[in-house]
Structure formats: structure tokens, C-alpha cells
Design a protein around this ligand. Structure first.
Ligand code: DQA
Length: 149
């Protein structure tokens, strides 16, 4: 089964408790379960991770060079808008990358409109709340099938 790594960045561990008018009431654990189940029904295995630390996220991205994953979904939280180090790490890996956000980052503060990740991602999904993760699974499945077809 193809393996997808899902990386969640800072403060996403607080989903369901944090700014629920923006991010919704669903916890990250619940998003993980729904994403895993949907992926399984689409013949994909998911590994789900969250960290508040930039270096840990970079190490997980670098792990993708070892060929253990076929695709990467990343919601880097606020690091999306600030981290050149995450941008560089993403540039080093060769697998398809989908950037995810729960909120519509273009409808919010000006500083959220800049994403360092979009420049290296195959595509970006944002604004659909927790459903963004399901859409991202659909997108990565399609990318992997087209690549191999
Ligand atoms: C977010 C959007 C970011 O701007 C913010 O810093 C987050 C969450 C989202 O999923 O909507 O932490 O990535």
C-alpha cells in the first residue's frame, strides 16, 4: 500500500479548542481518524504527525528522502508564512507535496497570503475546514495514479 505522510505544524494540536470560529470544533485526533479511514478506503496508508517545533518538522520532511513515503501532505500552520528552512527541506524531496490549510488564508490577515510552501507544492487546498484533509487525500491519490499511469 502506498504511504502518505501528513505533517501538522504549530498550534494544530489545539484544534477544537482554538479559535473555533475559524478552525472549527473538530480535534486533530478526529481529523486524523477521518483522514486515515478515508485514505484506507482509497488504498492508501497514512502516517499522521504534529509538532510545534520547526526542527522536528524539517527532520520529518528529510525522512521522505529515504523512500519510505510516496506522498506528503503538510499543514505547516504559521511556519507556512515564515519558514525558509521548511521551504528548503521541501525542495530537497522528490515526492508529490500537497499544502493544506483549514482556513481560507486569502480571506484573513495580509501576512497569511504569503506561503513559502506553495512554491514547492504540487497543489494547495485551503478553506474547507477539516474537509481540506480529505480533499488532499483525493488530490494525492490522483497525482500518484497519474504519475504511475
Ligand atoms: C492554518 C493557517 C495558518 O495561517 C495558521 O497560522 C494556522 C493554521 C490553517 O490550517 O488554516 O496555524 O495553517
Amino acid at each position: 500500500m502506498k504511504k502518505i505522510l501528513v505533517i501538522n505544524g504549530p498550534n494544530l494540536n489545539l484544534l477544537g479548542k482554538r479559535e473555533i470560529e475559524i478552525y472549527g470544533k473538530t480535534s486533530l485526533k478526529s481529523i486524523e481518524n477521518t483522514t486515515r479511514e478515508f485514505a484506507k478506503n482509497n488504498s492508501l496508508e497514512v502516517e499522521f504527525k504534529q509538532s510545534n517545533e520547526e526542527s522536528e518538522i524539517i527532520n520529518w520532511i528529510q525522512d521522505c528522502m529515504k523512500n519510505s513515503y510516496n506522498g506528503l501532505l503538510i499543514n505547516a500552520g504559521a511556519y507556512t508564512h515564515t519558514s525558509i528552512a521548511i521551504f528548503d527541506a521541501l525542495k530537497a524531496i522528490k515526492i508529490p507535496i500537497i499544502e493544506i490549510h483549514l482556513s481560507n488564508i486569502h480571506k484573513r490577515e495580509e501576512f497569511r497570503k504569503k506561503s513559502f510552501i506553495s512554491e514547492v507544492a504540487n497543489g494547495v487546498i485551503f478553506g474547507f475546514g477539516s474537509y481540506s484533509y480529505i480533499l488532499a487525500i483525493m488530490a494525492i491519490k490522483n497525482l500518484l495514479e497519474n504519475k504511475n499511469g
